[in-house]
Design a protein around this ligand. Structure first.
Ligand code: NAI
Length: 461
């Protein structure tokens, strides 16, 4: 069989393997899954198509899924987030992967299509942002002669439609077959989860889904503490700018916004926050951040969107910014910033994923990763330790959907609290955390079992 992967350079595999070896020492949750399930192989028979940033941490996830018995094919969910040495190590290890840092949008959707090409097609999806799920569902709609919108951004719509048309011509009926044989999807991020709940509302989710994002050990850790480390890392690697003393505006104060504001503030920046939600606005204020309107703070030095919403930084904002203002996004899609409306301006590429764009006034802005999530475009995403918590949830979700499929309807589920607590527990030793034990009397007094779960469902952490 001809080579079944697309990576930048397979010779990077050795370097990737060395970094994988280090990452494993920081990913105790995933390593514990290998010990617990390595022999029983609960994922035997599962053919998982993965669409998630092809990083070193993801490589440890992939090798865990394989060790648990799954057949895996992988694509990245973002054109800039792949770490080429990680992809090379995975390809060299025999798992088909299709991902190159800096791939075009056309390649992005072609690579996703290739990751679906198991001999018998996949029967499980592991998604980040919902592209793999979207691909199957839009294709099946097209085969049924239905309209294939909405899609994330208009630029992408044309590309997706072309990719779907190509596959429909090559393999008539393929999308419908794929849709019908997928047993479930586990979704990594806030934006992908929004899409799944929308599908349920429209009665269009054809298989069960586990919302991994809303495990406490995912969104309250990866989205928050992950961004706390990786946002400033991305800005520094891109610009080497002095952070201390600068004024930064963070748009959105959800989990990612909280981590991002903390990241900038930890680096000495003077941070302001914008919000639409009064609860999050109040949280930001009580965490010590001024809550402001973007329109009234366009003289800041750094602007970061974290909202998962669209058109948050608009062209009229960028026109008013001061010379050399830094503009970036850490939310899932690039439509948080109106990058498309900058296309007819003068762009000077500084280096990969860093562009200087001249405004009509003569002022220039520095745009990071063309508005795509900058912590993965300009740096290497979150550190392994926090991704271990996220990905242990992914592994448990895949096992759950694969081995107990009949217990699930075509709806969106969250993993039960005892598994969330298990994920946290698996990460304590590595950082020397000692857990206090309650005696049965104390447990009865606060109304929980001594071994947990320790909180009711409505508790918010
Ligand atoms: P969230 O829902 O907790 O927070 C988003 C916040 O933005 C909300 O508080 C909302 O009220 C606010 N918001 C919405 N529209 C706004 C506007 N126009 N102006 C100001 N504030 C606005 O969501 P979360 O978990 O923080 O995720 C945000 C985005 O980041 C999503 O797209 C998610 O998929 C992505 N994400 C990115 C990660 C990364 O490593 N780059 C990691 C995890 C999530």
């Amino acid at each position: 069989m001809s080579q079944d992967y697309i990576v930048k350079d397979i010779a990077l595999a050795d370097y990737g393997r060395k970094e994988l070896d280090i990452a494993e020492t920081e990913m105790p949750g995933l390593m514990a899954c290998r010990v617990e399930y390595g022999e029983s192989k609960p994922l035997s028979g599962a053919r998982i198509v993965g669409s998630l940033h092809m990083t070193i941490q993801t490589a440890v996830l992939i090798e865990t899924l394989v060790e648990l018995g799954a057949d895996v094919r992988w694509a990245s969910c973002n054109i800039f987030s792949t770490q080429d040495h990680a992809a090379a190590a995975i390809a060299a290890g025999g798992t088909p992967v299709f991902a190159i840092k800096g791939q075009s949008l056309e390649e992005h959707w072609d690579y996703l299509d290739r990751s679906f090409q198991f001999a018998d097609g996949p029967n499980m999806i592991l998604d980040d942002g919902g592209d793999a799920t979207l691909y199957v569902l839009l294709g099946a709609r097209a085969e049924a002669g239905e309209e294939i919108i909405p899609v994330p951004t208009s630029e992408e719509e044309t590309v997706i439609k072309a990719q779907i048309a190509k596959r429909m011509e090559q393999s008539p009926g393929w999308f419908t077959k794929m849709r019908d044989q997928i047993k479930g999807v586990s979704e990594e991020t806030t934006t992908g989860v929004h899409r799944l709940y929308d599908l349920v509302k429209q009665g269009q989710l054809p298989f069960p889904a586990i919302n991994v994002n809303d495990s406490v050990t995912k969104s309250k850790f990866d989205n928050k503490y992950g961004c706390k480390e990786s946002l400033v890392d991305g800005i520094r690697r891109a610009t080497d700018t002095m952070m201390a003393g600068k004024v930064a505006v963070v748009m959105g104060y959800g989990d990612v916004g909280k981590g991002s504001a903390a990241s900038l503030s930890g680096a000495g920046a003077r941070v302001k926050v914008t919000e639409v939600d009064p609860i999050c606005a109040l949280q930001a204020a009580m965490d010590g951040f001024e809550v402001v309107l973007l329109e009234e703070n366009l003289d800041a030095d750094i602007f970061i969107t974290t909202t998962g919403n669209k058109d948050v930084i608009r062209i009229e904002h960028m026109r008013e910014m001061k010379d050399m203002a830094i503009v970036g996004n850490i939310g899932h899609f690039d439509n948080e910033i109106q990058v498309a409306s900058l296309k007819n301006h003068k762009w000077t590429n500084i280096k990969e994923q860093v562009d200087m764009i001249e405004m009509p006034s003569g002022n220039r802005i520095i745009l990071l990763s063309e508005g795509r999530l900058l912590n993965l475009g300009n740096a290497t995403g979150h550190p392994s330790f926090v991704m271990s918590a996220s990905f242990t949830n992914q592994v448990l979700a895949q096992i759950e959907l694969w081995t107990r499929n009949e217990h699930y309807e075509n709806d969106v589920y969250i993993l039960p609290k005892h598994l969330d607590e298990k994920v946290a527990r698996l990460h304590l030793d590595r950082i020397g955390v000692k857990l206090t034990k309650m005696d049965p009397d104390q447990a009865a007094y606060i109304g929980v079992a001594p071994e947990g779960p320790f909180k009711p469902e409505h508790y918010r952490y």
